[in-house]
Design a protein around this ligand. Structure first.
Ligand SMILES: Nc1nc2c(c(=O)[nH]1)N[C@H]1C(S)=C(S)[C@@H](COP(=O)(O)O)O[C@H]1N2
Ligand SMILES: [Mo]
Length: 521
């Protein structure tokens, strides 16, 4: 080891790695404190949430779609982790730059605080005051923690940087450990508090659903083939796909919630949850699917919905001449838009409160959502519904329209192979090929399956629950040895058979044959 000259005063300043660690720890504290404050206040959104929702909002839809495709149901956790990591790295960079002047981290944390306050305050659900308060407190405390750690990191003048036993180094490590543990604990406590508070406040546990005026029978044995690996004809709530732009699921409080009918109506109305439950209810099976569903994808499910026909609400409010678009708006300002006509042409179009015999799960739109047979979710199925506005077609474009998706979103007739799985190895001889097919508001009349260039073979189709639901199909296949591509196509009640040309989901829904490859030996 070299002799250290006393003149090397630089050595008394923290090392670069100590600065980075202190900065990252300061950022961790800022993020964690905002979780804790949000939890204690029982309202608002934390820094991570606010920024996350802002990212979702400004992301080009190609990116959102990419995230859904690559990360599937994990797109939101991945976003959250990325924001935390970027935050920590930014904190580390500010820590390192503090070498060039203590104003740099001050400005950095301040900018971060302003940005976080802005993203939080631009959320419709959150008061600007709360957002500013939480952001400011978090940024200031984060900065103070960073300072404190930096002062712990000041090295002794003889510069034993590499030496684990140095008391300064130990103080820094202990400080970092304590700060890290505290940050994780407070973030956890904040999350737990907020989750509990919101679930209790929502009042979903106390809801007793009314009996429908028109009930539907439970799906009988003829409605489905009992086959392992085939999608059940009714999708259980906890297996139903989830797609939305909400980073944290809105927990709507029934005490404060109401549904309004507004815009071009003769009698604007406002309904509380009880008022809605007092209206005559119907029960309907409707298959819901997402426009982002790829050929062969699983962003589709079938449920028994309980709700008020949209037409009844429109009659009560009185639709004015020229009101040719209905906009469904959610508590978090997501919007859909569809032609007024579809709510009046006799198809199933509900404001739903129940899903498979339960109040709507939070993830699926409690307390109320729209469900319309034959339209993709992005133009119809508003969850956490707060307002139904009658307007004109040209006056408003709903959430996904400026993001490059078609203004009208009728569901395309499609079919999917559930079994065998793509890439399966099968034994030669009798095999079963099975799956689902859908053409909501039309109905499926035929499903055909083909192996390689062979003839199209007609599959057996389950008894449809309604023309609004998918059906299962099944083909007994005498599998010859070899590699095979197996494709499926469906025909709907208008006589239209799916075409072979592939179209991607954007802008108006994927099309093409779902094809799998199997090896038969
Ligand atoms: N409030 C709100 N409602 C929404 C969305 C949303 O992002 N926010 N996404 C829509 C889309 S794109 C689809 S496909 C369906 C999905 O409903 P699910 O999550 O219950 O399956 O909800 C629709 N309703
Ligand atoms: Mo969707």
């Amino acid at each position: 080891m070299q002799d250290t000259a006393p003149s090397m005063m630089q050595d008394s300043a923290p090392s670069t790695s100590a600065r980075a660690a202190a900065g990252a720890a300061g950022a961790a504290v800022a993020l964690a404190l905002s979780e804790l404050l949000t939890g204690l206040l029982g309202a608002g959104s934390s820094l991570v949430e606010g920024i996350g929702e802002w990212v979702i909002d400004v992301s080009p839809s190609a990116l959102t779609k990419f995230a859904i495709e690559v990360f599937g149901q994990y797109d939101k956790p991945v976003l959250v982790v990325s924001i935390v990591l970027v935050g920590l790295v930014a904190g580390a960079v500010l820590g390192v730059l503090s070498k060039h002047g203590s104003w740099i981290p001050i400005v950095g944390f301040a900018l971060f605080g302003v940005f976080a306050a802005y993203t939080g305050a631009s959320h419709p659900d959150i008061s600007a005051g709360v957002a500013v308060l939480v952001a400011a407190a978090s940024a200031v405390v984060g900065l103070l923690v960073m300072w404190r750690l930096l002062s712990l990191a000041v090295q002794s003048p003889d510069g034993e940087e590499g030496e684990a036993a140095s008391p300064e180094r130990r103080a820094l490590l202990v400080g970092l450990g304590a700060v890290g543990a505290l940050a994780v604990a407070s973030a956890g406590v904040g999350r737990a508090l907020l989750g509990r508070a919101k679930i209790v406040a929502a009042g979903r546990n106390e809801v007793v659903l009314p009996t429908p005026r028109l009930a539907v029978a439970d799906a009988g044995a003829e409605a489905s083939f009992a086959l392992e690996g085939l999608s059940p004809i009714v999708t259980p709530n906890d297996e139903f796909y989830i797609i939305d732009t909400a980073l944290t699921v809105p927990r709507v409080d029934l005490e404060t919630w109401s549904l309004t009918l507004s815009g071009l109506v003769d009698r604007p109305i406002e309904l509380r949850y009880e008022d809605l439950l007092d209206m005559p209810m119907v029960e309907r099976y409707v298959t819901l699917c997402c426009v982002s569903n790829e050929v062969g994808g699983d962003l589709i499910g079938n449920a028994k919905w309980l709700g008020v026909p949209l037409e009844d609400l429109l009659t009560r409010a009185g639709v004015q001449q020229g009101a040719d678009q209905i906009v469904g708006r959610s508590v978090d300002d997501f919007t859909v838009g569809f032609p007024t006509e579809v709510a009046l042409d006799g198809r199933e179009a509900l404001v739903a409160v129940g899903m498979n015999g339960e109040p709507l799960p939070f993830d699926h739109g409690f307390p109320a959502r729209i469900v319309i047979s034959g339209l993709y979710g992005y133009v119809s199925a508003t969850k956490w519904l707060s307002d139904i506005e009658l307007t004109t077609w040209d006056a408003f474009d709903a959430y996904w329209i400026p993001r490059g998706w078609a203004k009208e979103g009728p569901v395309k007739t499609q079919s999917r192979i559930d079994l065998p799985r793509n890439g399966a190895s099968l034994e030669a001889g009798p095999q079963r090929i099975a799956g689902v097919a859908w053409a909501q508001n039309k109905g499926i009349t035929r499903v055909e399956v083909r192996a390689g260039d062979g003839p199209w073979l007609e599959a057996q189709v389950s008894e449809p629950l309604s023309k609004d639901t998918w059906v299962q199909w099944l083909l007994d296949w005498d599998a010859p040895a070899g590699n095979h591509l197996i494709s499926v196509r469906a025909t709907d009640a208008t006589g239209m058979t799916q075409g072979s040309t592939y179209y991607p989901p954007r802008p108006d829904g994927a099309e093409g044959y779902h094809t799998i490859r199997v090896t038969v030996a």
